[in-house]
Design a protein around this ligand. Sequence first.
Ligand code: DC
Length: 298
Amino acid sequence: MSPLNEPHADAPTQVVAIDGPSGAGKSTIARQLAEQLGYRFLDTGAMYRAITWLFLERGVLSAEAADGAPAREALAEASLRLQGGRVLLNGEDVTQRLRTREVEAQVSAVAAMPSVRARMGELQRVVAQQGPVVAEGRDMCTVVFPRARWKVYLDAAPAERARRRCDEFQQRGRAVVEAQVLAEILERDRRDSTRADAPLRRAEDALYVDTTGLAADAVLDRAGALPRTRAAFDALKADVGANAAQLSTQADAMALIAKTSDEVKNALNALQGDVSVGFADRDARIGGVETQLSQLGT
Ligand code: DC
C-alpha cells in the first residue's frame, strides 16, 4: 500500500500538512479544509510575515544586524498568537500589516534565518500538540511535521499564480502590474527553494495537486479526499460504538449499514475518481466494516 493511502501510524497528532509555492492556493484550501474537518487552521506564512514586520519595526534587518544579537533578542521576546484569522504580535493585532510591500520584500530573507525557523517550528508544533490542525507553508511536510497523517503539495503554473496574486492585491485596492508580480513570485520561489535551511521542496509521500485551471472547490475535493475518507471511517466507527447497545436485531444492523456505508462509499468513490491514487482494497474495507456491523446485530 502506498504511503498516500494510509495515515502515518505513529503520527503524534492529526495534522494535514500542505506545502507549495506562493499563489498555489494553499491558504484558501487549508482554511476551507480545516472548516470541513473541524480542525484548526495554521497559516505559517503569516507567522514569518509577523516576525518580518517586527524586525522591520525594530530596525534589525540591516546587513550587520540581521541574524545577530538585536534580531535574536527581538525574536526571543516576541509573543505570537493566531486567533480566529487574526495575528497578534506582542499583544498588538498586526494582521493588516502582513501583506504590505515592505513585509513582502523582506519576508524571504527573514524566513531564511535559522534562528527564526527554529523558533517558528517550535511554535507550530505546540499548536499541533493542542489538537488537530491543517497547517500550510513551505516545510510542513518535510521538516515541521514529517510524520503528519496527511501530506499535500499544491502547485500551479507561475503565470496563474501571478494572476491570482494580482486579483488578491486588486481586491485589497492595491494597483499592481502583473509582469512585476510574476517577477516577484519567481524571485521569492527561487529564494524559498534554494535557502540552506528547510528549502521548499515536495515531500516524496505528499499528494501532488496541480491547481492550474482548477476552481477552489475542485482542489478542495482532491486535497481533502484522503482526510475526509478517514473522517468518514472515524464517524462510522463512532456510530457503530454508539449504536451497539440498541442493535438488537439483524434488521437494525442492516439499516445502519445502509445508512453509514453509503457515506463511506461516497467518500471512497470521490477519492477514486478525483485523485489518481489507487485504493486497491477499498471494497475489502467496506466489506470489513459491513461484516463488523452485521455481527453486532446477530
Ligand atoms: O505563504 P506566504 O506567502 O504567506 O509566506 C510568506 C513567506 O514565508 C514566504 O516567502 C515563504 C516563507 N515561509 C516559509 O519559509 N516557511 C513556511 N512554513 C511558511 C512560509
